[in-house]
Design a protein around this ligand. Structure first.
Ligand SMILES: Nc1ncnc2c1ncn2[C@@H]1O[C@H](COP(=O)(O)OP(=O)(O)O)[C@@H](O)[C@H]1O
Ligand SMILES: [Mg+2]
Length: 403
């Protein structure tokens, strides 16, 4: 392995995984492949890809998009709606992204003509386009969304065989009944036209987004097939770490591997954080338990800083919550815990802190009440894993005060 590659971490915390490093998820990839195959025969397909933050939704959508492009000659894009505040913005974002992701200039030129009246400017390099921000114009584009989608499709096919459209980061808009109604009407119109629609629509979001949509429009539950992403299995996690380190000519000792697999709990976001930190702690061609331990502590820091509100981050690291963390660190992933049981294993001097801990973490959405009174669970596994990492840290450095 060349030196440059040996010193550069193969892990990519915080960004969707490059396709060469994409692992596992065979079942989900196959379901998405089947959806594209069905669409390519003219019957459109709607999917809701759901899972917790950091579980790998965007990475999977991007991988499936490549499959659609390479194996089925589709055009495709992952359209992030994180910044969209209105349905008008959603519809212009969709067309802008579709245009920008066309693979050739000739196709781009042909397709963009359908949108000439909405395009404010076109970049000199590449296919960058900016749509108008004029409200009446945008509303028009949205109202005839299906017409424009058809126009786009007809201009690119042939040679293209269909469209793969993923709508990602449904944060702001999905709570709006208007967005749900928009999605539903688009899907309904497509389903009732006589013409073939080689189209795959994938909505990507955390489970609560789908619930919100179903609440404002129950039929959404029927329109979308759900693909639910869960954590990697232990075997998949081990393979992930081994393969990634092997990329750099590094082997991993079994106890080191076990530690990395356990603390990251099958959550790819955390696996990359842990892998990246262990990679930087290791100086030779073999990761041993010491490298792994040092890396895990460093990863806990990174996770806390990146994923938690600064206030919680500080609170969780204070001595006040030390034994609470240790106690909660033992809760199995995804399991509930009860206040009553937790209090039994916490020294009485810290019991008051436990209630303030509960209050604080509930306010911040880290812990939420479970169905049964007096029981709680972590809002997502990443938070729970962070608490585990902090608990692990507290055990490793019991004598040092931190504030
Ligand atoms: N199948 C996979 N193989 C390897 N790494 C992955 C995989 N899926 C996700 N990751 C990594 O996990 C992290 C979170 O993935 P991402 O797709 O952004 O999750 P989400 O969209 O669900 O929040 C990223 O660092 C990404 O590189
Ligand atoms: Mg994502």
């Amino acid at each position: 392995v060349p030196l440059q590659e040996r010193i550069e971490s193969p892990f990519t915390p915080g960004v969707p995984v490059p396709q060469d490093y994409f692992v596992a998820r065979e079942k989900e990839v196959n379901r998405l492949r089947a959806a594209v195959a069905q669409a390519s025969s003219g019957r459109s397909k709607n999917i809701f890809l759901q899972g917790e933050r950091g579980i790998g939704k965007t990475s999977l959508a991007a991988f499936a998009c490549l499959v659609a492009q390479r194996e089925f000659d589709f055009v495709g894009t992952i359209c992030s709606l994180g910044a969209a505040r209105t349905v008008d913005e959603v519809s212009s974002a969709v067309f802008r992204q579709l245009l920008q992701h066309l693979p050739e200039k000739s196709l781009f030129d042909k397709a963009k003509e359908a949108f000439d009246r909405y395009i404010k400017s076109i970049g000199v390099l590449g296919f960058r386009v900016e749509f108008t921000s004029e409200p009446a114009q945008l509303a028009h584009l949205r109202l005839d969304f299906i017409g424009y989608l058809r126009a786009f499709l007809e201009r690119v096919s042939p040679p293209k065989q269909g469209i793969f459209l993923a709508l990602d980061d449904l944060n702001g808009v999905t709570g709006q009944a208007e967005f749900t109604l928009f999605v539903k009407s688009v899907v309904d119109q497509i389903a009732t036209t006589q013409r073939p629609w080689p189209l795959v629509i994938v909505l990507v979001g955390v489970p609560t987004r789908r619930e919100e949509m179903i609440r404002s429009h129950p039929s959404v539950g029927r329109i979308f097939d759900v693909i639910e992403l869960g954590p990697f299995t232990q075997t998949e996690s081990s393979e992930f770490f081994e393969t990634m380190f092997a990329q750099r000519g590094i082997s991993v000792e079994p106890d080191a591997l076990e530690l990395m697999v356990n603390v990251s709990g099958g959550l790819p976001a955390l696996m990359h954080e842990v892998g990246d930190a262990v990679f930087s702690s290791n100086a030779d061609d073999r990761v041993d338990l010491r490298d792994a331990k040092a890396g895990v502590l460093q990863a806990a820091d990174a996770v806390g800083r990146k994923y938690l509100d600064p206030q919680v981050y500080r609170a969780l690291r204070s001595d006040k919550y030390r034994s609470i963390l240790r106690r909660l660190g033992r809760t199995p992933l995804g399991a509930q815990f009860s206040r009553h049981e937790a209090l039994r294993s916490i020294p009485s001097s810290q019991q008051k802190s436990f209630d303030s801990f509960l209050r604080r973490t509930r306010e911040l959405g880290i812990i939420c009440p479970a169905e049964t009174r007096g029981r709680y669970r972590f809002a997502n596994q990443l938070y729970q894993l962070y608490v585990r990492l902090e608990a692990y840290r507290a055990l490793q450095q019991p004598q040092k005060g931190r504030g």
